[in-house]
Design a protein around this ligand. Structure first.
Ligand SMILES: [Zn+2]
Length: 292
């Protein structure tokens, strides 16, 4: 199974090894004395200071992604897949993740650059919707710059496209961007009108429910004491995901029995929750504010 998670300090050797394996092949075509920048990056520092993710295939780290947040965009600074794991969707997953994180952070676009000689990567980014914005020399590197504009959440909600609408609903549910939510509140009457008769589908948990939950958050979040007010209201807040996003700390985890149990602490307000993990066709989590 392919999974992504935030990199930990002890992932640095694996990440470095992937960079070496993935980028050494370009040495031959670089100008004399120039090495691909990812070969000399300090991955321990990237894990400590930037937003670094790893992709695991059946529990083995096979790819990584380094993201750097700028005020008006998310920079995809470095990405690679172990050559032995290429063709298994790892790169696509990591590029999807960059876009998801940009949206989670309220960024309108993802930017990246690559070396002019790495033409395979340029084609790959172009197929993914990246547009070249320029070429220039940075120090000894001849670089090609790309940008991918992400459609806004408002546009998605007005699109009448079921997939875009439910993805946008989940974006709203996970968002902690008050500015975005205020903008959505202003557009809410129009959004309600545009989504009212779109068949959203979904199985045991209709996607319409997620959309209604998103609307409730847009209308009500200003009255919340903390972002964690939402946890007890929805069964789809996964403690592990919330922890990987830096929203909670899992103080205790026991998934050996059934139901699984977690104790989590909100990193914003310090409130503690007891979380029960159950399964009914899909995992769910029932959050309750801890009494002790
Ligand atoms: Zn909180």
């Amino acid at each position: 199974m392919l999974e992504t998670r935030r990199a930990q300090a002890d992932d640095a050797p694996a990440v470095t090894a992937i960079a070496t394996a993935a980028y050494s092949g370009y040495l031959a075509r670089m100008p004399e004395g120039v090495r691909p920048a990812p070969l000399d990056a300090d991955y321990a520092a990237a894990i400590a200071h930037d937003e670094t993710w790893v992709a695991e295939l059946d529990g083995r780290v096979v790819g990584y992604l380094v993201l750097v947040a700028a005020p008006d965009h998310l920079l995809l600074e470095n990405v690679a897949v172990d050559p032995g794991a290429q063709g298994r969707g790892v790169g696509r997953e990591l590029l999807d993740l960059a876009e998801t994180r940009a949206r989670d952070l309220g960024m309108p676009e993802v930017r990246l650059f690559t070396h002019a000689t790495m033409v395979e990567n340029q084609r790959l980014y172009e197929r993914r919707g990246y547009v070249e914005t320029g070429r220039r020399r940075d120090d000894e590197f001849d670089r090609v710059f790309y940008v991918k504009q992400l459609p806004g959440v408002v546009d998605d909600l007005l699109s009448r496209d079921a997939v875009r609408i439910w993805q946008a609903a989940w974006h709203v549910i996970r968002s902690r961007d008050a500015q975005l939510l205020d903008a959505l509140r202003d557009a809410l009457p129009e959004i309600r009108g545009a989504t009212a008769d779109v068949e959203l589908g979904g199985g045991i948990r209709p996607n319409r429910e997620a959309l209604e939950h998103a609307f409730g958050k847009i209308e009500g979040f200003r009255a919340w004491a903390c972002w964690c007010d939402d946890y007890p209201r929805l069964l789809q807040h996964d403690p592990s995901r919330e922890e990987s996003l830096g929203h909670v700390v899992i103080l205790h985890r026991d998934v050996s029995g059934w139901p699984g149990e977690y104790r989590c602490e909100c990193r914003v307000c310090g409130r503690r929750f007891d979380v029960e993990e159950g399964e009914h066709h899909a995992l769910w989590w029932r959050w309750r504010v801890s009494r002790s």
